[in-house]
Design a protein around this ligand. Structure first.
Ligand SMILES: [Zn+2]
Length: 245
């Protein structure tokens, strides 16, 4: 039995399939992340090819069949292609970081309206952002997305013993491997120093009160984020983050 599903979705990733088709990973509003076979879409005359660009926001129709993990896309119409992002290569490479993160970390077919609306919010902020703000936005939303994966760093007291962390000269020890701030007793080889304002910026991001990161915090967060994801998200490595310089 095939169900016809009509929904909205963001293209996270595509890969060529056979001569003229694509397999697309799409984050939808009602069906979660799905894999769709877009037949013939790489032919020059295909009316769907514009809709298969990364982070394109589309109205899609596909057929869902039991016992299959790839469904057939039957129609895709662009709702918003985010031209203000697409015309700026730096913004494109920033948007690709979130696409790759969600593509690699979201479970298949679990509807998550929060992630969906966060991604829309992210792209809308990116389109308006001045070039100075792009980097902080991308890193801020990437960090915020950790909460959806359940891997937020522990920031209130020592992650190992739950005693106050202390700290000196306005800096706190943050253990990348333990996944949070640590006291002197639980210092380890993966400790990096974070300024108090960086810890505050991280708390604000997770409490969803503010998404502002100043230059100092941005540098300190970038210093550990790659290793943090690798350790706490199943050896996750984002190629797009390496290219986003
Ligand atoms: Zn401790």
């Amino acid at each position: 039995m095939a169900n016809i599903i009509k929904c909205r979705g963001f293209v996270l990733n595509t890969m060529p399939f056979k001569e003229s088709s694509l397999i697309a990973s799409v984050l939808t509003n009602t069906a979660g992340k799905v894999r769709l076979l877009a037949k013939g879409v790489r032919r020059p005359k295909s009316k769907m090819c514009g809709a298969m660009e990364p982070f394109s926001f589309d109205e899609i129709i596909f057929y869902k069949r039991e016992f299959k993990d790839i469904y057939t896309l039957s129609d895709a119409v662009v709702v918003d292609s985010f031209p203000e992002i697409r015309s700026d290569p730096y913004k494109v490479s920033g948007a690709m970081v979130l696409c790759e993160f969600f593509d690699k970390t979201l479970p298949m077919e679990e509807a998550n309206t929060k992630v969906f609306s966060e991604f829309l919010h992210f792209l809308n902020s990116m389109r308006k952002a001045g070039s100075q703000a792009v980097r902080a936005l991308v890193i801020g939303y990437l960090i915020r997305a950790f909460s959806g994966s359940g891997v937020m760093p522990h920031l209130d007291d020592c992650v190992r013993c739950h005693q106050p962390t202390g700290g000196s000269n306005g800096k706190i020890n943050f253990s990348v491997s333990a996944g949070g701030v640590v006291c002197r007793k639980h210092h380890d080889d993966t400790v990096v120093l974070l300024s108090l304002r960086t810890v505050d910026a991280l708390k604000n991001i997770f409490q969803r009160t503010k998404l502002e990161i100043d230059d100092v915090a941005l540098r300190e967060i970038e210093n550990f984020v790659t290793d943090y994801m690798y350790i706490h998200l199943n050896n996750l490595h984002l190629h797009s983050l390496k290219h986003f310089k």
